[in-house]
Design a protein around this ligand. Structure first.
Ligand SMILES: C[S@@+](CC[C@H](N)C(=O)[O-])C[C@H]1O[C@@H](n2cnc3c(N)ncnc32)[C@H](O)[C@@H]1O
Length: 256
């Protein structure tokens, strides 16, 4: 199997693949690699991968937009999420390839993290759980949990995980800012600008409590989260700073 150009992915998308082929595809590193390292191709590649794997993203997002328009007819992706989800910024109406991290960037992040067997990765605000698909396919001794507010995204992600037999991966419907939410201990936490400043700050404080018991790594994607860390969380040590089109940074912490 060759994954050298977008046309290779287009070809895969144009046929109905048996499930056994999909299960095999996610075990190939190059299936998740963009054919060219630029942002446009990276997003197009991710769009093809979503379609090959059978994610029903457009349908679900359009249902959310239709529901949101009922409350907020003149709104946009800035306002529809909060109108529909009690003030929580769920980014309803945002372009799907902006909502989620490209597969090839997830691949790069996982490579840099040098994850050890049995390590647990938690995505805080996981949308459809793309990171779970990459971990489930390539890192067969690791575990993935994604927390996500929007139930229909969670259900679709879990449907795809189940279909692909990724039983070490799960999505959980959860408001990360809920008073009774206890952050589980994990080795890696991934945050891509999931909510407002106070939400991300609250989550980082929860991670610092975990880091007082064990070493943790934190991957922050998006300018928002990186700025909050720089301004208010000096306990996180910057280990890798993404440059150019790498929109993430990696930190470590073990507070003794
Ligand atoms: C920018 S997306 C990132 C998705 C995924 N982490 C990725 O990088 O591909 C952020 C997600 O966080 C979710 N979110 C926002 N506020 C949340 C909250 N309070 N609790 C749980 N999820 C939340 C949104 O619904 C959205 O799906």
């Amino acid at each position: 199997m060759e994954f050298k150009s977008l046309a290779d992915f287009q070809r895969l998308e144009s046929v109905t693949l048996p499930l056994s082929d999909k299960k095999r595809l996610i075990q190939y590193h190059d299936f998740f690699q963009t054919p060219k390292a630029n942002d446009v191709i990276r997003r197009q590649h991710s769009n093809h991968v979503d379609k090959v794997l059978g994610f029903r993203l457009r349908y679900i997002e359009e249902m959310l937009i239709a529901e949101a328009r009922g409350f907020d007819p003149d709104g946009s992706h800035e306002t529809w999420g909060p109108s529909l989800h009690r003030g929580v910024q769920t980014w309803v109406g945002l372009d799907l390839q902006t909502l989620q991290t490209p597969y090839s960037e997830i691949l790069r992040i996982l490579h840099l993290l040098k994850i050890k067997p049995y390590h647990h990765v938690v995505d805080l605000g996981a949308a459809y759980g793309r990171m779970g698909v990459v971990i489930g396919g390539l890192l067969i001794k690791n575990f993935f949990t994604g927390f996500e507010y929007v139930k229909s995204r969670v259900d679709e992600g879990n449907r795809v995980f189940q279909e692909l037999g990724l039983n070490r991966c799960q999505l959980i419907a959860q408001d990360l800012f809920a008073k009774d939410f206890e952050l589980p201990e994990a080795d890696v936490y991934f945050i891509y600008d999931y909510g407002q400043v106070e939400h991300i700050d609250h989550t980082l404080k929860q991670i610092s409590a975990v880091a007082s018991k064990r070493p943790v790594k934190v991957v922050a994607r998006g300018t928002f989260t990186k700025r909050i860390i720089a301004d208010h969380h000096p306990w996180l040590e910057l280990k890798y700073e993404g440059k150019l089109e790498e929109f993430f940074s990696i930190y470590t912490a073990y507070i003794n």
